[in-house]
Design a binder for this molecule. Structure first.
Ligand code: NAP
Length: 298
């Protein structure tokens, strides 16, 4: 833990006293150096794309000191990301924290929730249509299942045997075994093909197979070997493009308040134990997120 200058308030921004910040796969990529080409300026680099806390100062009419908020921020900007005691946020990148949620719970939702909603918007499947979600037990996949169900879509999702109950509980009507043959199981359940598919596991070219002619696939990372055919189109989701989507943030907040999406916390770490949080996430198999308790920093 290091000391940096407190960020300066500028028009259209707020300073948030961070209570909780989630550790995501993107932080592991940043810390490992895998994405060093996107970093500008000199260290320190401050990871974190998700936070929840309280507005300290505001230079925007929408927010006042004391408001409980959650939000998403890029860790690649010069001043760094969410894992800091005080973070400057664009006013459009925060939303009221659902009263039903603690700060720790709320911090798990903004970044992965915006990713899930952007994927669903990109698929643009009308009410009553069917989507498949690969990686449904994970953070983005799970939120995509729940948000799709809340939007009136039918969902087919994959799961390992140990996750089947979890994924059904999220609202998937049909659960198929995860793995390289998932596409065949989806087609067996739905021979006409699904209208859209969210691929949170980079299944590659097989992911196209269960999609109907003219349907869409939402990809979350570059997917080598993805060959588009039969007028299937790819929607490339990149959450930094959606961080100031206040309409989607408001929807996330409402979905969480009404229990239609769930905040899943694996373990809470004091901020000083961030390395342990990275180790836990990197070990894989988590069914919730490590969250940093930032309240001990001053
Ligand atoms: N484009 C963007 O802006 C954006 C935003 C957020 C996330 N992402 C990316 O999206 C992906 C998902 O993120 P996440 O946070 O949801 O990850 P996550 O929580 O780790 O979820 C991934 C899920 O997929 C499962 N899985 C792993 N390999 C699989 C396979 N071969 N077949 C089926 N399931 C498999 C995992 O199971 P196990 O845990 O058992 O391995 C886990 O349940 C990551 O690559 C992340 O970097 C991109």
């Amino acid at each position: 833990v290091g000391r940096v200058d407190r960020p300066l308030l500028t028009t259209g921004t707020v300073l948030v006293q961070v209570a909780a910040a989630t550790v995501n796969n993107t932080d592991v990529l940043l810390r490992s150096g895998a994405q060093r080409r996107f970093l500008t300026g000199l260290p320190p680099y401050i990871p974190g794309m998700d936070l929840a806390g309280t507005v300290l100062e505001s230079a925007d009419h929408r927010w006042a000191p004391g408001d409980r908020v959650m939000g998403a921020v890029s860790a690649w900007r010069a001043e760094g990301g969410a894992q800091s005691a005080v973070v400057r946020m664009a006013a459009a990148s925060i939303v009221d924290t659902p009263p039903a949620l603690s700060d720790v719970e709320a911090a798990t939702l903004p970044m992965n929730g915006l990713t899930a909603l952007a994927a669903l918007q990109g698929l643009a499947v009308p009410v009553g249509g069917t989507i498949a979600v690969l990686g449904a037990a994970g953070a983005v996949g799970g939120l995509a299942v729940q948000a799709a169900v809340a939007s009136g879509l039918h969902v087919i999702a994959d799961a390992a045997p140990r996750d089947e109950v979890l994924v059904r509980g999220l609202g998937a009507e049909t659960v198929v075994p995860r793995g390289s043959e998932t596409w065949a199981s989806i087609l067996e359940a739905m021979p006409q093909g699904v209208d859209g598919l969210v691929d949170a596991v980079q299944l590659g070219s097989h992911a196209i197979r269960p999609i109907r002619d003219g349907g869409r696939i939402a990809t979350l990372r570059p997917t080598p070997g993805l060959l588009l055919e039969r007028d299937v189109t790819e929607v490339k989701v990149f959450v930094p493009d959606h961080l100031d989507d206040s309409v989607s943030l408001t929807r996330l907040s409402q979905l969480a308040q009404t229990g239609r999406i769930s905040a899943r916390v694996a373990e809470v770490f004091a901020a000083e134990r961030v390395a342990d949080a990275h180790r836990l996430l990197e070990a894989g198999g988590l069914r919730g997120r490590p969250v940093l308790d930032m309240t001990g920093l001053s």
